[in-house]
Design a protein around this ligand. Structure first.
Ligand SMILES: *[C@@H]1O[C@H](CO)[C@@H](O)[C@H](O)[C@H]1NC(C)=O
Ligand SMILES: *[C@@H]1O[C@H](CO)[C@@H](O)[C@H](O)[C@H]1NC(C)=O
Ligand SMILES: *[C@@H]1O[C@H](CO)[C@@H](O)[C@H](O)[C@H]1NC(C)=O
Ligand SMILES: *[C@@H]1O[C@H](CO)[C@@H](O)[C@H](O)[C@H]1NC(C)=O
Ligand SMILES: *[C@@H]1O[C@H](CO)[C@@H](O)[C@H](O)[C@H]1NC(C)=O
Ligand SMILES: [Zn+2]
Ligand SMILES: [Zn+2]
Length: 357
């Protein structure tokens, strides 16, 4: 049975002109969809729009700024931006290619619409690639050396809010409940408990809102652009850009540039636990988040990554989770690799294959 389906699975991969092995519909990017908030002329990175369709050999005012962007997120070496010019050179082309591969975009080496749209999207400040991140065999990625909190499992981590670095637009109650939910997403899948503490000085995880340069060499940049960053274990530092319109309820908060606090918190907690950025677009550990987007549910990629560091919460079953996730998202997580799932996805591919004939 299995080999029959597997055969069809491989046949469908090689013979079908209209599907791509990894591009089930859920992954598609609309090339023309650079949201108006991201284009707005008062936001970080809005001016990259003028690079539309630039390719190797182009000389455009401001390209050196784009090179600094690629250096910041790990795609260009520091020596490539010393004395850098506004010439689109082969190093920049290589950086764009690596970026497109890492973010699951069509790989063209050019500044086409999907690529510019991704570049201009607000994102996490943690680098995507560096000698501090390592590609694992799966999609999820760790920091080099796979650091994690080295306490006996099950373990408890305390967290606290910096009394001096809060924002007025959020009540303490809203802030605490958004973070409680964010920590709970991870606590439900690993044997780690998170407990809020009043003792900021001694808390394992220290949370605060900061503006611009705040002393760790990773200055924040105003509205959108970089939203937040957090450090790998066992640092515990978690910083959010005070310039954002942080939202705990996107229905009540109407701003086009609102950023969902629970979504960003859930992502950054992944870094605090030891996960780096993944290339799985639906996963919480993907580096960017659109304004007003809510993305708080862990995906199989996130769960497998964090469980490889801490083990599973005994109350959680990945098998059951994968199956329910599968029926709700049409089977995009076929990389889970359990036979049951492969067979179901095979059926989906057969159907697509048949429709394409
Ligand atoms: C364009 O992006 C917005 C969010 O920025 C999203 O709500 C909308 O569905 C997207 N439109 C298309 C056609 O993909
Ligand atoms: C652009 O930003 C300005 C200032 O924040 C705001 O008043 C305006 O409504 C924004 N426009 C769009 C299209 O988002
Ligand atoms: C950068 O420019 C300075 C001054 O023009 C020069 O001395 C230096 O060697 C250059 N560095 C590189 C890496 O090209
Ligand atoms: C990582 O890069 C930094 C500087 O770019 C260097 O000092 C360090 O030795 C490198 N670490 C490893 C493990 O290669
Ligand atoms: C598992 O669930 C039980 C009962 O709800 C609870 O007492 C226990 O703390 C949970 N274990 C973990 C590791 O969360
Ligand atoms: Zn991140
Ligand atoms: Zn910081």
């Amino acid at each position: 049975m299995l080999s029959f389906f597997s055969l069809i699975f491989f046949l469908s991969l090689f013979s079908s002109p209209c599907i791509h092995a990894r591009t089930l519909p859920i992954y598609t990017v609309n090339p023309k969809n650079i949201s108006s908030a991201v284009k707005n002329h008062s936001y970080t990175w809005h001016d990259f729009e003028k690079f539309q369709d630039a390719s190797k050999g182009s000389l455009i005012d401001g390209i050196s700024k784009l090179k600094r962007y690629f250096n910041k997120f790990g795609y260009l070496e520091a020596e490539d931006i010393v004395n850098s010019t506004d010439l689109f050179d082969s190093n920049l082309e290589r950086a764009i290619t690596r970026y497109q591969e890492k973010l699951g975009l069509p790989v063209t080496g050019k500044l086409d619409s999907p690529t510019l749209s991704a570049i201009m999207s607000p994102r996490c400040g943690v680098t995507d690639i560096s000698n501090y991140t390592l590609k694992a065999t799966e999609n999820y990625v760790y920091f080099a050396g796979q650091p994690r909190w080295r306490r006996n499992i099950p373990l408890t981590l305390t967290y606290a809010f910096s009394p001096k670095n809060l924002i007025n637009s959020l009540s303490m109650e809203d802030l605490r409940s958004a973070f409680k939910r964010a920590f709970e997403h991870w606590a439900s899948v690993i044997p780690v408990k998170f407990v809020e503490s009043d003792d900021y000085g001694f808390a394992d995880i220290k949370i605060g809102f900061y503006s611009g340069d705040h002393g760790d060499g990773e200055a924040f940049d105003g509205v959108l652009g970089v939203l937040a960053h957090a450090f790998s274990p066992e640092s515990g530092r978690f910083h959010l850009d005070a310039a954002e319109t942080w939202a705990v309820d996107l229905v009540a908060e109407k701003a086009k540039t609102a950023v969902d606090l629970e979504s960003v918190a859930t992502h950054e907690i992944g870094h605090l636990l030891g996960l780096a950025h993944t290339d799985v677009k639906e996963a919480v550990m993907y580096p960017s988040l659109r304004p007003r987007e809510k993305k708080v549910d862990l995906k199989v990629d996130d769960i497998r990554g964090v469980q490889a560091l801490y083990g599973s919460n005994p109350n959680f079953s990945l098998q059951a989770f994968s199956e329910s996730d599968m029926s709700s998202n049409g089977g995009a997580d076929w990389r889970v690799g359990e036979d049951g799932i492969i067979i179901r996805v095979n059926w989906l591919l057969v159907l697509i294959w048949w429709l394409c004939m």
